[in-house]
Write a protein that binds this ligand. Sequence first.
Ligand SMILES: Nc1ncnc2c1ncn2[C@@H]1O[C@H](COP(=O)(O)OP(=O)(O)OP(=O)(O)O)[C@@H](O)[C@H]1O
Ligand SMILES: [Mg+2]
Length: 383
Amino acid sequence: MGRILRAEETLDPSFSPPKLVRRDTELALLRKRYRDSLGKGSAYHQLLTGGIGSGKTAIAHRLSAELEKGGKLGGLAIQPVYVNCWRRSNDRTVLHHLLRSVGVSLPDRGYALAEMLDVFEQGIRKSPRHLLVVLDEVSALVRQETKLVYLLTRAPEVNLGSISLFLVASEDVLPYLDAASRSSFGVTHRLQLKGYGREDLTELLRYRASLALAPGTYPDEVLDQIAGLAEGTADARFAMEVLANAARLAEEAGAEAIEPEHVRAAKGSGYPTITESKLEELAEAPLLILLALARSLRGPKARVPTEKVRATYASVAEEFGASAVSRVTFWRAMRELEREGLVQVEPTGSGQSSRVGMDEVPASFLETLIHERVSKRTASRKP
Ligand SMILES: Nc1ncnc2c1ncn2[C@@H]1O[C@H](COP(=O)(O)OP(=O)(O)OP(=O)(O)O)[C@@H](O)[C@H]1O
Ligand SMILES: [Mg+2]
């Protein structure tokens, strides 16, 4: 067991956490819809959509577990069956999976869909229950004109017993469905997840870190920094990947806790070329300001006061024999760097001085890059 990583596997994308952060409303709504309907003996169908990493699969697992644990409804127990359609992406393969889940099986070949459904029905009849069929990544299935979704939503009419569907997709799949199936997914049968905002992501990371990492090794500063990196995509999976990588790097470096520099390094590969071409285009002043920022960020902080950067900049300019630009020009250069995506200027309340950070690449790496460039430029200027 490492000093920082205590249960690394809980940060794995396949790990299903016992609790979900900031999805209580959605879970409660879904639970109620299913329970109300199943309690009255009718099946219920739901479509859940949302962006990548918005927690759709996590919600599907939680909802399944909660409904199953909730006990019998209308005299019948609830059995969830999870199928990822991406990997089993046609009616027959999905149906084979469903058959096994009710304890029957058929050879892979030689049976028509209708015959397979008959056997499925017999399987359910052997021990009556509510089946909750979760079809995750269902786009893969519906894009190829599935008949299965239609047949399953019509289960009561075709004597298939109590089958409820929970369809999960990152896009709206209704346009791909036939009109009859579509009618099962009216407005109260659809839910579109809002993407996670920065604060949601910080909370989510705090919770997942509490499961995976030793106490005291994941400062708020660092969680917020990672949340800021993932904010654009609102992707919880990406945020957790950065957290896991940063934790690994911190541990390898023998650090006591994750530091902002580990997060920058953890953000991923592929940055050198992007950053280098951006650096080529910068004039001397912004380049020196960036160098000053990189040096200011050596400490344990993800953000430093802009005034501190300006002071460091003055001495950096002197070091390279350049004359420091005025306060106004300094700010203009800072805004330019921000537009280029090289720095992040934090908006602050009135009276406070602003703070600035650089989360793209390790500060030490940036420092080396800029140092090379500035030295080259100053050398070529000298006679
Ligand atoms: N509210 C949450 N609380 C805790 N962990 C979460 C939450 N939402 C998502 N996660 C975690 O973030 C990761 C991504 O979530 P999930 O796989 O559910 O996203 P998704 O919407 O299914 O993405 P995709 O469209 O790529 O399938 C998972 O590891 C999941 O456990
Ligand atoms: Mg998913």
